[in-house]
Design a protein around this ligand. Structure first.
Ligand code: B12
Length: 627
């Protein structure tokens, strides 16, 4: 990766390439429990791609977040007075309607001026065919889908710049590289082969991406945070990106990659397969350095680690926590001031029990915990009731807020009269144990997971209900879109009931008196002792009082926010309850794959194709070309 970055920097010096990266966001997905984080945290994926481009010498790059720029139209974008050379789109599957409309709009630009359209991100990594039109009468589509990370994109750009003539449009360089087979050695691409009438006949898949093993080789995140488009209602781009001093105002939380991968193999989760069963991490020194840069330049105080399970590799987690904690002891201002949250499993939290004080000192303030179902009926990964409660107590004792993530499924009742099987029983226990916030999601098929295809072939997944098609934007985990339950509307009500049980006026008032957010460390001073002593006494008293008050009121504030979120979620999902009540459920019989035939570069089955995808045949002109 380091060598590739260097080679590209040399190459890009003689090319003037302007790039726009758009993050697709469908506002209909705004439901609990992701309200706030969905708008107020600039996503790490596009920021990382922006960092990689800037690092490679493509400084004229802008990152447009559709959640901040809902009317942005690629057909009207101009950078430095002209249409950019590259238009990149990043999307999660649930934002695919917006992803499609961004690509369609970019395709409205006259072919001679059209930028090269590259799609990537979680939607494309698993289902690359979704960014190509399967309808011969309706032509739109990306030029190429990247089914991987920064490394794949940079490899692609290296090939393109190597064949590009001076000032040649990037799209024409791409077409030549594609037609001469120059892209076939870049693992992690899917591109279209078209006929003379410009209709896509087949998709060529160059294989599974090569994963970057050492995350320290990634470019610095600060580069990407300098490229964010200021929020606006306009379809066009602003003359300049958000100034560094204003970034935190729009994105109070900075998302950072610390580690990737998980050692558990839950059948409903795509993480192990995505990471090719590897666990990857940055070193403690590298993370300390990133935090220092982001604090100094953007004044970020809160971070979210995009980890799948931060504690999965004990040695690496301790390297990171230990390094950051030592910085705190040494009086480093950035490291004393910052707070961060991330995800972990109960089992690994308990395994790290004796080190949680160091983890807290490193700045960890809250942990999202994969509790799923404490009865163990859904999955067993050491998260049964006793272990969960023990982990909660340990975390709170060490000043870390535990936040449970639960999964509701067909076999789970809302309430059980005995034991801890019921959803509300579990929520009650978790709240008592000190949960300030919670996440309750309905079990939904996750593409890339072991159980994905079976969810469709077994008829669990709905295609339509009451004549209304199940759209990708409903895959938030808040809609019942896969169930064998005879009364699925009850499942949908259960989700709302769970949130109403957790966030309600009674708890709000109780939280004002018996606050669960009042942990000793929540009130601790973040300024180094010597600097704090220099302050006048009245300032020290005021500061202490505001810290105590803030820590005390946190619980009630979260209750209030939860109630507002619940109202919004109810309004969004109530129509779906009506459809579920009416019934007439049509179920899938197979997972929806590509309708366009796919193949590998040598004519073998495409690596990303789902079973049932038509197999494309490698044509003689392709064979001649390679010869
Ligand atoms: C943090 C996170 C969130 C945050 C996002 C906040 C934010 N604004 O950033 C919150 C908590 C809000 C969230 C919510 C949800 N999330 Co989420 N989330 C994650 C998580 C843990 C990390 C994402 C991240 O930042 N990763 C780090 C970056 C660097 O990686 P990345 O985004 O994948 O980007 C890399 C590549 O994809 C690629 N890439 C990305 N974009 C592009 C573009 C181009 C052009 C190219 C070439 C490459 C490229 O390069 C990037 C750099 O390596 C991932 C799991 C994971 N470990 O990735 C799930 C994940 C993204 N979430 C997922 C889902 C499903 C959801 C929810 C629907 C909840 C649910 N049911 O699980 C909601 C949706 C909310 C909404 N309305 O958008 C899925 C998406 C699946 C899919 N196929 O689309 C993931 C992948 C988890 C999973 N494996 O199932 N999530």
């Amino acid at each position: 990766m380091s060598r590739l970055r260097l080679r590209l920097r040399n190459l890009s010096a003689s090319h003037d390439v302007k790039t726009v990266i758009a993050y697709a966001f469908d506002p209909r997905t705004r439901v609990l429990p992701f309200l706030y984080a969905d708008l107020r945290m600039a996503p790490a994926g596009v920021r990382a791609i922006g960092s990689a481009l800037a690092d490679a010498g493509f400084h004229d790059t802008r990152i447009v977040l559709q959640q901040w720029n809902p009317n942005f139209r690629p057909s009207q974008m101009r950078l430095g007075g002209r249409i950019p050379d590259l238009f990149l789109v990043s999307s999660m599957r649930l934002h695919s309607a917006q992803c499609e409309s961004l690509i369609r709009d970019a395709c409205r630009i006259a072919p001679g001026e059209r930028p090269l359209i590259i799609a990537g991100g979680p939607q494309v990594i698993y289902e690359p065919w979704t960014v190509f039109s399967a309808d011969t009468g309706d032509r739109w589509g990306a030029d190429v889908a990247v089914t991987g990370e920064e490394y794949v994109l940079l490899e692609l750009l290296e090939v393109l710049l190597s064949v590009r003539a001076k000032n040649e449009p990037m799209r024409s360089a791409f077409q030549r590289a594609r037609d001469t087979g120059a892209l076939d050695g870049v693992a992690g691409l899917v591109y279209a082969r078209k006929n003379a009438q410009d209709v896509t006949e087949q998709l060529v898949d160059t294989g599974i991406q090569r994963l970057l093993g050492d995350l320290d080789e990634l470019p610095q995140p600060a580069l990407g945070y300098r490229l964010l488009e200021p929020p606006s209602k306009l379809p066009t781009l602003a003359p300049a990106a958000i100034p560094s001093g204003m970034v935190r105002r729009h994105s109070p939380v900075g998302s950072l990659v610390f580690t990737q991968g998980c050692r558990f193999r839950c059948s409903f989760c795509p993480i192990p397969a995505y990471n090719q069963r590897q666990q990857r991490a940055k070193s403690g020194d590298r993370i300390a350095d990133e935090i220092e840069q982001l604090f100094s330049e953007f004044d970020f105080r809160y971070f979210f680690g995009t980890d799948d399970n931060f504690f999965a590799d004990k040695a690496r987690a301790l390297d990171i926590a230990g390094t950051l904690a030592r910085k705190v002891d040494a009086g480093s201002r950035p490291h004393r001031k910052i707070r961060w949250a991330t995800e972990a499993t109960i089992h690994d939290t308990l395994a790290l029990g004796e080190h949680l004080a160091t983890v807290r000192k490193a700045g960890v303030w809250a942990l999202w915990l994969g509790v799923e179902d404490m009865s163990g009926a859904l999955v067993k990964k050491g998260q049964e009731a006793d272990q969960t409660l023990e982990a909660f107590a340990l975390l709170r004792r060490n000043g870390i807020y535990p936040i449970p993530m639960l999964m509701h499924h067909d076999a789970q009742p809302l309430v059980s009269w005995r034991g801890n099987f019921g959803l509300l029983n579990q929520l009650g226990m978790l709240r008592k144990a000190g949960a300030l916030y919670t996440q309750v999601l309905m079990l939904t098929p996750a593409v890339g997971s072991k159980s994905y295809e079976e969810c469709y072939s077994s008829g669990l997944a709905y295609e339509s209900v009451d004549g209304v098609a199940v759209e990708p934007m409903m895959a938030t985990g808040t809609y019942v879109i896969a169930s064998q339950h005879p009364r699925p509307w009850l499942r949908q009500l259960n989700i709302l009931a769970a949130y109403a049980y957790f966030f309600n006026p009674l708890r709000f008032f109780a939280a004002l008196v018996f606050s669960k957010s009042r942990l000793p460390q929540a009130m601790a001073e973040t300024t180094a002792p010597e600097a704090a002593r220099q302050r006048p006494l009245w300032k020290r008293i005021m500061r202490r009082a505001s810290r105590i008050l803030g820590a005390h009121l946190g619980d009630a504030a979260i209750q209030a926010a939860g109630m507002v979120g619940l109202a919004q979620t109810t309004l969004r999902t109530i129509g779906w309850i009506r459809h579920l009540l009416r019934g007439n459920i049509r179920r899938y019989t197979a997972a929806p794959g590509s309708r366009i035939p796919m193949r590998g570069v040598d004519g073998s089955p495409a690596s990303h194709a789902l079973p049932g995808t038509p197999q494309a045949v490698r044509k003689t002109d392709d064979l001649n070309r390679v010869a």
